[in-house]
Design a binder for this molecule. Structure first.
Ligand SMILES: [Cu+2]
Length: 232
């Protein structure tokens, strides 16, 4: 069954999938039960010669209970689901664990721009590293992505990491994840943001720490070389 969903490579992905399957099985069971009863009753009480149709007023406890009992069961299941969901929500959206790396993610028409703080570890300094569309991170580390948008609403979506967050101009929203396996994973935009929306696709590259350090050192060296050439 889990083949419906992309492979989970996030530390909190199992919790999100747990809620997904809980909702799925609960609604599936309810669907089969109610549709089954409709079909059964339609057949059982079908029109027959010599049998008068009953006039159901819906008054009286016996008739009312056909509505009130299922409503009560639905409310109980709903509250149960809300409580389970709130637990997972609090774990993921509550206090994010301290980051090993902070990256800025800016949505614009029609791509993502990722900014790494460079050697000094702080943003808005000359050694900031800007990368179009591709986010590179080490595996097994807590990554914070500070999201915003330059123009319209976009949605930052990492399906393999079970992470999705709308990005809104004028607002900074920090999300976090910890990828468990190195690999290449798609970053689509999940909000219809204009004519270039479907082409708005980036990649998440999860490296081993060693490979990530190597990638970062190479990119920073490139930026240095470029800056030196400009000065000449
Ligand atoms: Cu979009």
């Amino acid at each position: 069954m889990s083949s419906w969903l992309p492979r989970n490579v996030s530390t909190f992905g199992g919790d999100v999938d747990g809620i997904f399957w809980l909702i799925f099985y609960m609604t599936a069971a309810w669907f089969v039960l109610t549709e089954g009863l409709i079909v059964y009753f339609a057949f059982r009480f079908r029109r027959r010669v010599g049998r008068r149709a009953a006039y159901v007023t819906g008054s009286g406890w016996k008739q009312l209970s056909w509505v009130l009992v299922p409503v009560a069961v639905v409310i109980v299941l709903d509250v149960f689901l809300d409580l389970r969901g709130a637990e997972v929500w609090a774990r993921i959206k509550g206090q994010p664990p301290p980051p090993a790396l902070v990256v800025r993610g800016t949505g614009k028409q029609f791509n993502w721009e990722f900014t790494f703080p460079g050697r000094d570890g702080s943003f808005d300094t000359p050694d900031d590293l800007h990368v179009e569309n591709n986010l590179h991170v080490p595996a097994g580390k807590v990554i914070h992505v500070v999201l915003t948008s330059k123009d319209v609403i976009h949605s930052f979506f990492l399906p393999h990491l079970r992470l999705k967050q709308d990005v809104v101009p004028g607002r900074q929203i920090t999300v976090w994840f910890e990828a468990t396996q190195p690999g290449e994973y798609e970053i689509p935009c999940a909000e219809l943001c204009g004519f270039g929306h479907s082409g708005m696709k980036g990649m998440l590259y999860v490296h081993t720490q060693q490979d990530f350090d190597k990638w970062l050192a190479e990119r920073l060296a490139e930026t240095d070389a470029l800056a030196a050439r400009k000065q000449r």
